[in-house]
Ligand binder design. Structure first.
Ligand SMILES: C[S@@+](CC[C@H](N)C(=O)[O-])C[C@H]1O[C@@H](n2cnc3c(N)ncnc32)[C@H](O)[C@@H]1O
Length: 443
C-alpha cells in the first residue's frame, strides 16, 4: 500500500489531537481519518497521547504564549514524537522538517509555520537543557494529569510509579479461546502454524507476541477466539466456579447487568460446557446492545439480550432471583489507559465521584435480585479505590447479608512480564481491574 507522506500523517495526527483536547473521544477522533490512513495515524496519535505531558511542558518553555489550537496541536505532536530520540518513530530532524511542511500546507496553520519552525529548531539545538527543565514537573515526567498522579499515589502508595510507567507502554494483544469450539493447545498450534507465537495466560487465554488484525487470526470469523485482556478473562470463572443451581440439573440463572459489547457475556456462555446456563444480558444503550448480538452470533452463543436500565429492575425483572449476577459497572476506565491513551486527558477528577454514585446505585438495585446463597461479582476496569475497594467496603457496611468471598481486589496494570497477581492464574501483561465477589448469606 502507498504510504502517505509523513507531513500528511502529522497533519491528521494533529487534527485528531486537537479534537481530543476539545473533548472528543480518541475512538471518534481516529474514526474520522480515512480508513487507508487510519492505522498509521492512530499509531502516531497513541504515541503522542502517551507523551503529551512532556510535549506540553516543553512547549511552555519554547513559546511564551500558547498558539491557537491546531498549530499548538501540531507543535505538541512533533515534540511528543521527537523528544525521546531513542523511541522516536522517525529521525527528530525528519520530524521537524515534515512538521514545518505540514504547517505550510494547511491554510489553518500556515500563518504559524515560521513560529513552529523556530520552536522546533530551538528544541533540536537545546534538547538536553530543555528536557532537564521539564524533568521536575510531575505531569511531564509521568504523562498523566496532576490530579490523577496524586490520586494514584494516595490510593496505591507502593505501586503508583509502576502503574504510571505501565500506562505508557503498549498493551499486548490477548485472545480468549472459545473452548466450546477448540482447545487452548490446538488453537495455540494453529497460531504457531501461521508464525504467530503466543503464551498461555489466565484460564483459556493466549497472549500474542505481536499484535495482528483479527482477520489474520485462524478461525476468528468462525468464532474460535475473541480479543480480551487477561484480567478481564477472570470475570466468568470467578462468578461461576463452584456455583450450583438450587435445583440439581436446572440451568443456572445468570444476569450480566452491563453487558455491551458482550465480551464477558460470551465468556460466561463459553464456560458452561457441562451444565446448562440461562444468561440475560442487559445494556442501557441500544446502539451498543447490537454489539452483544454481533459478538454472540460470531461465537455461536445464545443469550437473552435486553435494552434496559439495570438500576431500575421493575420493567424487566420477572421476579425470579438470579443464581449469579455480573456487574461490570461503568467506570473511569483508568485501568485501561494503555489501550486508550486519550482517557487520562479526557477524564475530570469529578467524574470519579459521579461514577462511584452510579456504581453504588447499580449495586443497591441488583443485590435484592440475588438468591440467598447466590453471588454478585462487582468489577470495574479502574485503578481508583473509590470505584473499587472503597465502594465494596461501603456496600458491606450497609448490607449485613453480604459476604466477601476470596477476590482479587485491585489488580494493577502490569507491563513487561508475567505477573502472579492472582494465585494459580498466570496473567501475563494485563490491564488494571477491580474484582469483588459477594455472596448472599443463607438466612
Ligand atoms: C464496562 S462496560 C461493559 C463491558 C462488558 N461487560 C464486556 O465485557 O464486554 C459497561 C457497560 O454498561 C453500560 N451501562 C451503563 N449504565 C448502565 C445501566 N444503568 N444499565 C445497563 N447498562 C448500563 C454501558 O453502556 C456500557 O456498555
Amino acid at each position: 500500500m502507498l504510504q502517505p507522506p509523513l507531513w500528511r500523517q502529522l497533519q491528521l495526527t494533529a487534527t485528531a489531537l486537537a479534537a481530543i483536547r476539545a473533548g472528543t473521544s480518541g475512538a471518534v477522533a481516529f474514526e474520522a481519518v480515512e480508513p487507508a490512513l487510519r492505522p498509521g495515524v492512530q499509531a502516531l496519535g497513541f504515541q503522542v497521547l502517551r507523551w503529551l505531558g512532556r510535549a506540553e511542558a516543553l512547549r511552555r518553555h519554547l513559546a511564551k504564549r500558547t498558539p491557537p489550537p491546531l498549530p499548538d496541536a501540531l507543535l505538541c505532536t512533533a515534540l511528543a514524537l521527537a523528544w525521546d530520540a531513542d523511541h522516536a518513530p522517525y529521525e527528530p530532524f525528519t520530524l521537524v522538517d515534515q512538521t514545518v511542511e505540514a504547517a505550510k500546507r494547511n491554510p489553518a496553520t500556515r500563518a504559524q509555520a515560521s513560529f513552529i519552525n523556530a520552536c522546533l529548531r530551538r528544541f533540536l539545538r537545546e534538547r538536553d537543557e530543555l528536557i532537564a527543565l521539564t524533568e521536575r514537573e510531575p505531569v511531564a515526567q509521568w504523562n498523566h494529569p496532576r490530579w490523577w498522579i496524586e490520586r494514584l499515589r494516595h490510593d496505591h502508595p507502593r505501586d503508583w510509579q509502576r502503574v504510571l510507567a505501565a500506562d505508557n507502554q503498549q498493551a499486548p494483544m490477548t485472545l480468549r479461546v472459545n473452548t466450546r469450539k477448540t482447545t487452548v493447545a490446538d488453537y495455540r498450534q494453529a497460531l504457531a502454524a501461521l508464525h504467530l507465537p503466543s503464551r498461555p495466560v489466565a484460564l483459556s487465554g493466549l497472549q500474542l507476541e505481536r499484535a495482528r488484525p483479527v482477520q489474520q487470526l485462524p478461525g476468528f470469523a468462525e468464532g474460535e477466539c475473541s480479543v480480551q485482556d487477561a484480567a478481564a478473562q477472570l470475570a466468568a470463572p470467578l462468578l461461576l466456579d463452584g456455583l450450583q443451581p438450587v435445583t440439581p440439573g436446572a440451568p443456572l440463572r445468570v444476569l450480566d447487568a452491563c453487558a455491551a459489547p458482550g465480551g464477558k457475556t460470551a465468556h460466561l456462555l463459553e464456560m458452561a460446557t457441562t451444565s446448562p446456563i440461562d444468561v440475560s444480558a442487559l445494556e442501557v444503550d441500544a446502539t451498543r446492545s447490537r454489539r452483544i448480538d454481533e459478538t454472540l452470533a460470531r461465537l455461536g452463543l445464545q443469550a437473552k439480550v435486553l435494552v434496559a436500565d439495570a438500576s431500575r429492575p421493575a420493567p424487566w425483572w420477572d421476579g425470579q432471583p438470579f443464581d449469579a449476577i455480573l456487574l461490570d459497572a461503568p467506570c473511569t476506565a483508568s485501568g485501561i489507559v494503555r489501550r486508550h491513551p486519550d482517557v487520562r486527558w479526557l477524564r475530570r477528577e469529578s467524574d470519579i465521584g459521579q461514577l462511584a454514585l452510579q456504581q453504588a446505585m447499580l449495586l443497591a438495585s441488583l443485590w435484592p435480585l440475588v438468591r440467598p446463597g447466590g453471588r454478585l461479582l462487582y468489577c470495574t476496569c479502574s485503578v481508583f479505590r473509590e470505584e473499587g475497594s472503597h465502594q465494596i467496603d461501603a456496600f458491606l457496611a450497609h448490607n449485613t447479608d453480604a459476604l466477601l468471598r476470596p477476590s482479587p481486589g485491585h489488580l494493577l496494570p502490569q507491563s513487561g512480564g508475567i505477573a502472579r497477581s492472582v494465585p494459580d492464574n498466570v496473567l501475563g501483561d494485563h490491564d488494571g481491574f477491580f474484582y469483588a465477589l459477594l455472596e448472599k448469606r443463607l438466612r
